[in-house]
Design a binder for this molecule. Sequence first.
Ligand SMILES: C[S@@+](CC[C@H](N)C(=O)[O-])C[C@H]1O[C@@H](n2cnc3c(N)ncnc32)[C@H](O)[C@@H]1O
Ligand code: SF4
Length: 461
Amino acid sequence: MIRKSGGAGRSMVGGEFSRHFASGDGSDPLRDAFARRSAVMPFRGRQRLPPGEFQATWQQILSVPSPPRKRLAYIHVPFCANHCLFCGFYRNAYVPDAGADYAGLVVEEIRREAASPAIRNSPVHAVYLGGGTPTALGATELSRIIATVRAELPLAADCEITVEGRIIHFDPEKIDACLEAGANRFSIGVQSFDTAVRRRQGRRASREEAIRFLEDLRDRDRAALVIDLIYGLPGQTPEVWRQDLETAAALAPDGIDLYGLNLIPGTPLSTAIAAGKFPAAPGLAELGGFYDAGAKFFRRRNWRQISNNHWGRTTRERNLYNLLIKEGADCIAFGSGAGGSIGEISYALASDLVQYRQDLAAGRKPLGMVTTSDALQPLRNFVTASFEVGRLDMAALAALAGDEVAASFAPLLSQWQETGLLSFVGDTVELTVAGRFWYANLISAFHDILEHRLQSAIDAA
Ligand SMILES: C[S@@+](CC[C@H](N)C(=O)[O-])C[C@H]1O[C@@H](n2cnc3c(N)ncnc32)[C@H](O)[C@@H]1O
Ligand code: SF4
């Protein structure tokens, strides 16, 4: 089995593996373990189907009863009040008529498929209304969509039903509509409580308005409340970040997410920085410092670290959707721009609203892309889900991948241990705070190596 192997690791592996080695001497891995932060690529090892095969493939999928595994439903709402500068999710400006019309289309899409063997056969454990901004929709539309989900999909009795939203336009009538319809979790994007930092990014509510809104939502005490914060926004100094953490925790939500700013090419923020209108975004060393401050903050307060970016304060917070999606659970998806997966098939629904509407009107599933995964996908999912929660059981990996494959990771794990990214507890790898900050790099390295192994096996056959 895998054991820590001291300093011998480097010489045992070729350049192919050593390119995943962390740099630095381990004195401050948060700052310098890697030159860039990797993203976990969702389409690794996937083959695109030709568009001509989409509809027949979809009908075939719907006809097969789903296996008895925990699964998910996702409903996408592709509207926002405005384009926040940092964000890569923006698609369509919200106008009330479009919202009402859109809710009707989503309801129709759900109803059409609800009786199929693939949908009705086993329970759905978590539903996520995400965006965009679901809370941009009107109270009637929110209520209609949630009620349809509950009436048509086979939800587990303890199903987590999350509505993602933001403060602006999420008025008491909409909150009540969501709660009455059955939502039991709100994930609210706050990003920062600092009024100047917020407004510069297009977040209209002031610090005081944000606090009042969150207090009201919390005091209803009828659903879990989760707050999203971003670190590394322009003007968000370490002191502002400390205050953001303090303010968020003092509101006593059920959970808090911390996201490092991802400067996405093509976003208004990235364009503004390139044009010199904003100072450069913080480097990786600074982002590592922000993450470290957040992790320490929650440890001192005894919050549970549920995943690398998510902390829970109460037992009400489960974070079920996000944990199961990382495990590769089947996810049935509805709405323009939604993405889902059933068995080996993953799919994305047309993000163009005109196309989405036309396909539905013509009786077609509005598929924009369909892919099939390769034989490594269960292993990739296992690695992703394990690193996501900061713990990788090497005995379980060996049971899935074989002893030889699992053992081949020993030199890499040993090097990461030397550079302060992880430690061993028996056969289980446990990420340090630095390892958790760089977790996407660790996942990408494992995925690369697994693919290399698969290719070698194919070549040798
Ligand atoms: C899909 S977005 C929807 C957020 C919601 N519409 C809002 O306005 O708050 C979910 C979360 O992703 C995070 N996020 C969005 N863009 C990001 C970026 N460029 N870097 C880091 N986190 C980002 C934010 O914390 C956001 O709350
Ligand atoms: S942060 Fe939310 S509201 Fe702002 S553009 Fe992104 S998805 Fe839309």
